[in-house]
Ligand binder design. Sequence first.
Ligand SMILES: [Zn+2]
Length: 428
Amino acid sequence: MTSPHDAAEAPRGSARAASAGRGDSPSFHAMWTSLHGIGRNAASGGYRRYAWTQADADCRLWFRMQAEARRLDVETDRNGNQWAWLGDPTAGDAVVTGSHLDSVPDGGAFDGPLGVVSSFAALDELRARGVSFKRPLAIVNFGDEEGARFGLACVGSRLTAGRLTKEQAYELRDADGISLPQAMEAAGHDPSTIGADPERLARIGAFVELHVEQGRALDLSGDPVGIASSIWPHGRWRYDFAGEANHAGTTRLVDRRDPMLTYAETVLAARREAELAGAVATFGKIAVEPNGVNAIPSMVRGWLDARAADQSSLDKVVAGVEAEARAYAERHGIDLTVVRESFTPIVDFSHALRDELSRILGTTGKVPVLGTGAGHDAGILSEAIPTAMLFVRNPTGVSHSPAEFAAEDDCVAGVLALADVLEELACR
Ligand SMILES: [Zn+2]
């Protein structure tokens, strides 16, 4: 029987074999199977690999075993990221690949692990090709990428890049009130030296992260592998709609100041504005006061997540939604306050490295270059070092869910593409 929950067990599928005639990746399947059970919730079929938990420790042990089996030198840096080195880490100009092993609550099997497994498999492929390495190579497992436990994404790479200070990191707490340093300590990691690590970044000449695609662009274009152009600018805005609480049975419709109505119209406006701009906009979280089934709300608080390919499109969406919300609010006698809670500008990956990847992978046909609305460690590092990303087709387009999927043929195509890139960068 096939269900989305079984998808994680072994990614087999009937997708066109882009790798046909180009060999296989014998180690991919074995690694995938050995990682499959770690942190998996049997009931949901999803993964709960949260930072500094037992599941995280099990993933880290898995990483160490894979590295040691390949005679790589393993180290954990001061921020809890794991590195497996081939060659001298201090030689400089290293080529680094990898991703993360942690997950969102009930996440899929591919987001993160596909990049780590593919990195080891690509190294196996290069060794089978008999190449010799001219630059040091490292495979990295970034800690706490999803931010599922402490609410902030990419903590490991942010700390390393100096985008999160030690003081800020010490303030992070999980749902049980356990602080990040407490969690690190409990897991056997000394938190006292966390923080920017410019010496480490200075050793890296290029970083390439392979990741499952979290949309359907590759499925629609019919390609197993693509190259990232940029990470869309994105942000979160809190909308407070303040009205008047009253009895749901006795208050005439004309007498109401119902913020839920204004909120509902604003949700529709967000959809319209996003469609007009070719962007995405989502109200995915809402808080209602007093939250009674027989009460007109006094307050509806909704959070808008908006993302677009470029800043001007995003500005258009955000301004458009707010203007429409204000017009509706006035009509219904609602007081509206809009607060921007977070914002991340566009990440434009290194054009030189992206063009090089296009050249390396383009020998057998054109490889699509696509933007993404999702954040990644590669986006954090791209400010400091030349960085690129490869995406592997996800036929469902679903991510952060057990339904996330990539066919094994496509995974192997990703491994071979990554191997081609690493060979060109590290061996020539
Ligand atoms: Zn990811």
